[in-house]
Design a protein around this ligand. Structure first.
Ligand code: XMP
Length: 326
């Protein structure tokens, strides 16, 4: 029978047998899948696992800290954090095209991650050659979508699909390969991961980089981070987190409109709220959020975020709109 306990026991035994006395590394993204995969492997091989978290500077408020503190506190895992924000922002300078942004972020991510891998291997000294495994939080839908010759239409370049180099020298451990998202959440719960990690809504790998329509700069990221934090705070306060699939908050950096604040004219940017309901992100409907919640978010964002003088609501289903704007 399928129980989360059985899944955990089975995977732990299998991973132990495979890894033996060798070592593994795991990339953490801040998302549910990589967190649960890491916790599972950690349970199996303890200190033989090292996790790597690449901070690309495109994360939302508090996200890096959540990985650094909450995840480590819950699992006791060895974590290497790489601050690569400068590198990502430099690579993204002047780039406005969504696909180009995605490719740059994907490429830089792999480079930084490989560099961190090499450092871990080097630090392990003579035991370096024992670092033989790479843990990935691949889910069943990922396996199906990224091949099997199904010919799924390629709408966007998801940063973590097909991103691995051909000459990869690691064996892969993918303990969630047969699971769906809700099952992964149950396994995470069984492993004792905190609610805030297990129940996280999906967040794209390229992060806020694809939620700024226009060039990505540090100032714009700071601005969007503030607006996003307010929207999340109010949605959580209204008890709506479980009702919506996710709510991208998008900065239209190249658009300006006239407003009036205090007794002066403003010429600021709009923020788009994109709350959606979905089963699997393949299709989605715009969420009918209560007007009073929308009003609160709008008032707070325009009051608290300088340079934003308008909040608009995206009322488009998927299709024709995708969930993210880029
Ligand atoms: P779209 O915008 O294609 O998004 O309707 C569908 C779901 O996928 C997420 N998404 C990504 N997740 N890497 C990810 O890990 C990516 O590059 C990426 N792009 C989109 C999006 O947030 C939504 O949940």
């Amino acid at each position: 029978t399928w129980t989360t306990e059985n899944v955990v026991d089975e995977q732990v035994a299998e991973i132990r047998a495979r890894v033996g006395a060798k070592r593994a590394i795991c990339g953490l993204s801040g998302g549910v899948d990589s967190a649960v995969a890491a916790a599972l492997v950690q349970k199996a091989i303890g200190t033989q696992l090292t996790c790597v978290y690449v901070d690309h500077g495109l994360m939302r408020k508090g996200e890096t800290e959540q990985v650094e503190k909450d995840f480590v506190a819950a699992t006791g895992v060895q974590l290497k954090v790489v601050d690569a924000s400068e590198r990502f922002l430099t690579a993204l300078a002047g780039v406005c095209d969504p696909e180009q942004k995605r490719k740059i972020i994907g490429r830089e991510f792999i480079r930084v991650f490989e560099q961190a891998q090499a450092e871990i291997v080097a630090e392990a000294g003579a035991e370096g050659e024992d670092v033989a495994f790479l843990v990935q939080g691949t889910l069943y839908p990922d396996v199906v979508e990224s091949g099997g010759g199904t010919g799924t239409a390629n709408i966007k370049s998801h940063h973590n699909v097909g991103g691995l180099p051909d000459d990869i020298e690691f064996e892969l451990i993918e303990p969630l390969r047969k699971l769906f998202k809700d099952e992964v959440r149950m396994v995470g719960q069984e492993l004792g991961l905190p609610e805030e990690i297990v129940q996280r809504q999906p967040f794209p790998g390229p992060g806020l980089g694809i939620r700024i329509v226009g060039e990505v700069t540090r100032e714009r990221l700071d601005l969007l981070r503030e607006a996003d934090a307010i929207a999340r705070e109010e949605l959580t306060a209204a008890g709506l987190d479980r009702d919506i699939w996710q709510c991208p908050v998008v900065l239209l950096a190249d658009v300006r409109s006239v407003g009036v604040q205090g007794d002066g004219r403003t010429y600021g940017h709009p923020i788009v709220l994109r709350p959606v309901s979905s089963e699997d992100a393949m299709t989605a409907d715009w969420s009918r959020l209560p007007y009073d919640v929308l009003a609160k978010i709008s008032t707070r964002i325009t009051n608290e975020v300088a340079e934003v003088n308008r909040v608009v609501l995206d009322v488009t289903s998927k299709p024709p709109g995708t969930i993210e704007w880029e």
